[in-house]
Design a protein around this ligand. Sequence first.
Ligand code: SAH
Length: 226
Amino acid sequence: MVTDDRDPQGIGMTSARTRDRLVQRLARQGIREPSVLERIRNVPRHLFVDEALASRAYEDSALPIGHGQTISQPFVVALMTQALVETGNGVRQLGKVLEIGTGCGYQTAVLAPFCQQLFTIERVGALLKLAKQRVGSLGIGNVRYRHGDGMEGWPGQAPFAGILAAAAPVEVPEVLLQQLAADGRLVIPVGPGGHQSLLRITRTASGFEREHLCDVSFVPLVEGRG
Ligand code: SAH
């Protein structure tokens, strides 16, 4: 069993009861997939934030992770994960999935068990390094990490059954659409700073189908490597 002073078992402010409250709240807000809710319950979010913020890790809010970036709000992480895996009748196990904007790695950890292989790209090297350690320490081994510009996707590994972007471009990047497999889904916030629409774009036989999931506020997708 892993024990360290970061309290991976979840005692005190990170207790099972605190996590239950978060999961109940997400369920009320429309997260329907039991496996997604279970995953949110089980991933220790307090290990992904600064120790000083650990007591707030199970609030449904975004928190700073340094370099001007934030860990996404649990509701948004759950919603994006659900949008990739839901079928209307349970969840689908995804093949290769691409994540853009690893950040602290929390979304990576939530998503990994739903994928055969998860490829994640982050432009800030220091964040990527920490994320890799944290995700690895949870025993998650099906993730490949790249320090680079997610706007280009990951051409050598395409096509993807799912692509999830955790930072917002002003318009949907064409190259990401081209890296979707048949039936593949791109879940991405799109729009100007702070006011974006979370979209799910599905590759169909005849083109691309777009759905608006909700209004969101993400950090901008920045071109180039940090
Ligand atoms: N889901 C993450 C939060 C990510 S915040 C989590 O759970 O922590 C968005 C991240 O996208 C930031 O870390 C930012 O550095 C990164 N980012 C922004 N533009 C990018 C780009 N073009 N390519 C890769 N990463 C990018």
